[in-house]
Design a protein around this ligand. Structure first.
Ligand SMILES: Cc1ncc(COP(=O)(O)O)c(C=O)c1O
Length: 418
């Protein structure tokens, strides 16, 4: 993409143009396994880089604080309608700048400072905004957390129910950043009803799988659903909130003027494109392949002696505990990066190591699936990961694998690049 459109930038700011080109090449040449990343289409990139960035539009269609909204209103309404149709949601707000502000807006809509929430513990796969103590959501609200079952490393609904009945949270949060299984939204709904709580589901990670029908939808069960648009959903960096009509006014008011000012119209337009793409039959094939690839990679890693949390995956991500491999998650991630395989270290449930240098690595298949990798390539990735983790100090081996990775990647040009 940038090769085609950076003419002005190369002239005005050659240093920055060079850096962007270098990042583009990195994205082309490496196997990107960070579970929250993807490759957006050229159409999404184009919409993101338009004159829509020039326009201020505080408010909502038909009720803006500035004039000149005749096209912006149509763009935002198109994005909303497409998201409603894609997810079967009664109401959608497409203005959140990203996942964290979307979540914050939900807190503002339903809670007062000091109110009680119950979310998934950060070290067990929850997100910072689910009440972690370093987050505003943990500082301004009374946050309790549920963890995973010590034996199965899966959600334990009896335990979640007991915590909900004990603490009587005003809001329960389901959803995760690093859990390889599918939450039971019906159980969460029943627990929320029994405890008298609002149920929020944060589907940031698996929204693309929901859109592509490879994952159950939380929409019928949750009072409110938040998401990023840039992970499995393969849209621009942004956030959305989907809710029942009865909460529409509270949610809209919480986003603007509660948490944000003017929406990022270029992002809204790019979201509209992504929602259109995600509604096409090809996206269902894509979503199914993300899961098939994750399962194939999980099987191939298990064959090589890797310990996978919960023993495998039902979604786009795998969490491997490297305790039996005699290497920390960070050391593994650094060595793999040198070999052209980019992922992140991650805490595993009940991790004995510190969060900055935890025991695990998190692996996601959304980006590699976008570039056309299939089960055969997952096998190759597992071989490379295994070789690197057996020899984390062997720079010559890493260089050799990085070359093989670049050669494999050259056969699979990603969307939006080149
Ligand atoms: C479950 C979940 N919610 C929210 C977010 C926050 O999204 P953002 O980084 O866009 O603020 C993330 C990001 O990784 C996430 O995993």
């Amino acid at each position: 993409m940038s090769k085609h459109v950076l003419h002005a930038l190369r002239h005005t700011d050659p240093q920055l143009a060079w850096l962007i080109r270098a990042e583009e090449k990195r994205q082309f040449d490496k196997i990107r396994l960070i579970a929250s990343e993807n490759y957006v289409s050229r159409a999404v990139l184009e919409a993101s880089g338009t004159v829509l960035t020039n326009k201020y539009s505080e408010g909502y269609a038909g009720k803006r604080y500035y004039e000149g909204q005749e096209f912006i209103d149509q763009i935002e309404e198109l994005a909303i309608k497409r998201a409603q149709d894609l997810f079967g949601a009664e109401h959608v707000n497409v203005q959140p700048y990203s996942g964290s502000p979307a979540n914050l807006a939900v807190y503002l809509a339903f809670l007062s400072p000091g109110d009680t929430v119950l979310g998934m513990a950060l070290p067990h796969g929850g997100h910072l905004t689910h009440g972690a103590n370093v987050s505003i959501t943990g500082k301004y609200f009374k946050a309790f957390s549920y963890g995973l079952d010590e034996g199965t490393h899966q959600l334990n609904y009896e335990n979640i129910r007991a915590l909900a009945l004990e603490h009587k949270p005003k809001m329960i949060i389901a959803g995760h950043s690093a859990y390889p299984r599918i939450p039971d939204f019906e159980r969460f709904r029943a627990i929320a009803d029994e405890a008298g709580a609002i149920l929020m589901v944060d589907m940031a990670h698996f929204a693309g799988l929901v859109a592509g029908k490879a994952h159950p939808s939380p929409i019928p069960y949750a009072d409110v659903v938040t998401s990023t648009t840039h992970k499995t959903l393969r849209g621009p960096r942004g956030g959305i909130i989907l809710c029942k009509e009865k909460y529409a006014a509270a949610i809209d008011k919480a986003v603007f003027p509660g948490v944000q000012g003017g929406p990022h119209n270029h992002t809204t337009a790019a979201m509209a494109v992504a929602f259109k793409e995600a509604s096409l039959p090809a996206f269902e094939t894509y979503a199914a392949q993300i899961v098939a690839n994750a399962r194939a990679l999980a099987t191939a890693l298990t064959k090589r002696g890797f310990t996978l949390i919960t023993g495998g995956t039902d979604n786009h991500l795998i969490l491997a505990d490297l305790a039996n491999k005699n290497i920390s998650g960070r050391a593994a991630a650094v060595a793999l990066n040198a070999a052209g395989i980019v992922l992140n270290c991650n805490a595993v449930p009940f991790d004995k190591r510190k969060p900055f240098d935890p025991s695990g690595i998190r692996i996601g298949t959304a980006a590699v699936t976008s570039r056309g990798f299939m089960e055969a390539e997952m096998e190759q990735i597992a071989v490379c990961i295994d070789e690197v983790i057996r020899a984390p100090e062997d720079a010559a081996l890493h260089a050799r694998i990085a070359g093989e990775v670049a050669s494999l990647c050259s056969k699979f040009p990603p969307p939006g690049l080149g």
